[in-house]
Design a protein around this ligand. Structure first.
Ligand code: HEC
Length: 170
């Protein structure tokens, strides 16, 4: 006895309907799982010590994840995307928070800037998945040149080796 095509189509529809209902219930249900830190920013702010054109690029390309001035879009509140977003912001701020540069010393800032240029040069920052929803964060060649000159301006100043221990040329 072969399967009756009409009957198996009906069965499939039933399975799909149940799956859609379960999906809907789960999709709504996860919205009630509390997400810590979503939509709120710590209050610490530091005026970025950079020319306005440099600051403007940092603001549009880096601030969402590396400052306390994250702009939380409406979809930031929708799970499960919100979970990923909070994770990136927490991780990003943990690595480097430009809003807290005021509390760090110059060596640390210099190192942060040099690391930043490394990340940009390697194409790792801003992260690729951030760009489709934030096309303004894409860095043009001009943006990169601007950031490079600013980020590497202090290069060498943060050298951990005290000058006295460097070999002295005769
Ligand atoms: C969408 C969020 C996001 C944006 C936008 C973003 N970053 Fe990041 N950044 C992260 C995350 C997350 C990490 C931690 C990466 C990891 O742990 O693998 C990170 C790490 C870093 C690090 C430390 C890397 C290391 O290995 O220690 C630097 C430096 C950095 N980012 C610079 C920048 C700069 C400069 C920009 C802007 C041009 C930028 N980031 C934009 C999320 C972001």
């Amino acid at each position: 006895m072969g399967a009756d095509p009409k009957r198996s189509a009906g069965k499939l529809r039933k399975v799909l309907r149940v799956a859609a209902i379960i999906g809907g219930v789960v999709g709504v249900g996860i919205q009630f799982i509390p997400v810590k830190n979503i939509g709120s920013n710590p209050s610490a702010r530091y005026k970025i010590d950079a020319p306005p054109e440099v600051e403007a690029v940092l603001r549009r390309a880096c601030f969402d994840c590396h400052s306390n001035e994250t702009a939380w879009p409406f979809y930031a509140r929708l799970a499960p995307g919100s979970w990923l977003m909070v994770r990136d912001v927490n991780k990003g701020r943990g690595r480097m928070n430009m809003s807290e540069w005021g509390d760090t010393d110059e060596d640390e800032r210099t190192t942060d800037k040099e690391n930043s240029w490394d990340q940009i040069e390697e194409g790792k920052m801003p992260p690729w998945f951030y760009l489709p929803l934030h096309p303004g964060a894409r860095l043009s060649d001009g943006d990169k040149a601007l950031l490079k000159s600013w980020m590497l301006a202090g290069k060498g100043k943060a050298a951990k080796v005290p000058p006295a221990s460097l070999p002295v040329s005769p």
